[in-house]
Design a protein around this ligand. Structure first.
Ligand code: NAI
Length: 246
């Protein structure tokens, strides 16, 4: 298995894309720490992985809280002795047109989507540098590339993640730490389930392949970016979007 002996942390792993990433990393032999703020979801995901013969443990942690992040990373390090892989996937939306968007909604999205990735990266790079090896994957979005009316906060956070990805890639390349981003298009999850039908149809009409992606479509690319097969790739953004942003 291509990830045996690897230790991975996946944020926002309770459901959706993060859950698929955690499951696929475990299927490929990694020991996986699932991080989320929803304990029921976390418990269910860990049980599923264990039932399939994988190794997983969950950590209740808000990615925007430095104390909690630091503590979680310390616990994972203590449990499995190292950290090889970090997937910054936790994300939220608080959509509105700018004239109606509150400063609180701006801050909330930035805190989880952008600051959360910074905090987890800051906490894991030391153990990664000690082992001279690490893989960090940030889950951005196509709207971070082309913007979206009604999602100024979300698009800015996802665009911010792209600049962050390249900066981390440059800062830690010499230490053996690779950092890449995945930019999904329209993926069927709980996050997109609640979108109005006309918005969903617009996304699908703008997708050359003509259908929404699945969490597994994203997870397959993340597993590749976490595996030795992608060791010569860093600072890259891979779209998983059915062609939407080309
Ligand atoms: P989701 O809403 O189904 O799952 C997000 C998970 O993150 C939830 O389990 C939630 O509890 C967790 N979470 C939220 N705030 C957190 C916090 N402060 N600390 C820890 N965990 C927290 O979302 P989905 O669709 O699975 O998206 C996952 C990632 O992919 C997000 O970053 C999202 O922005 C991104 N994405 C999703 C797309 C889609 O079409 N679904 C498209 C492009 C990007």
């Amino acid at each position: 298995m291509k990830l045996s002996e690897r230790v991975a942390i996946v944020t926002g792993a309770g459901r959706g894309i993060g859950a698929a990433i955690a499951r696929k990393l475990a299927e490929n032999g990694a020991k996986v720490a699932l991080v989320d703020i929803n304990e029921n979801d976390l418990k269910a995901r860990v049980e599923e992985i264990e039932k399939n013969g994988g190794t997983a443990k969950y950590f209740l942690c808000d990615v925007s809280d430095w104390e909690q992040v630091n503590q979680t990373v310390e616990q994972v390090n203590k449990l499995w002795g190292k950290i090889d892989i970090l997937v910054n996937n936790a994300g939220i939306t608080k959509d509105n047109l700018i004239l109606r968007m509150t400063p609180e909604d701006w801050d909330a999205v930035m805190r989880v989507n952008l600051k959360g990735a910074f905090l987890f990266t800051k906490a894991v790079v030391r153990p990664m540098m000690r082992n001279k090896y690490g893989k960090i994957v940030n889950i951005s979005s196509v709207v971070g590339i082309f913007g979206n009316a009604g999602q100024a906060n979300y698009s800015a956070s996802k665009a911010g993640l792209l600049g962050f990805t390249k900066s981390v890639a440059k800062e830690f390349a010499k230490k053996g730490v690779r950092c890449n981003a995945v930019a999904p298009g329209f993926i069927e999850t709980d996050m997109t389930k609640s979108l109005p039908e006309d918005v969903k149809n617009t996304f699908i009409n703008n997708t050359p392949l003509g259908y929404p992606g699945s969490p597994d479509d994203v997870a397959n690319v993340v597993v590749f970016l976490c595996s030795p097969e992608s060791d010569y790739i860093t600072g890259e953004i891979i779209r998983v979007d059915g062609g939407m942003a080309m």
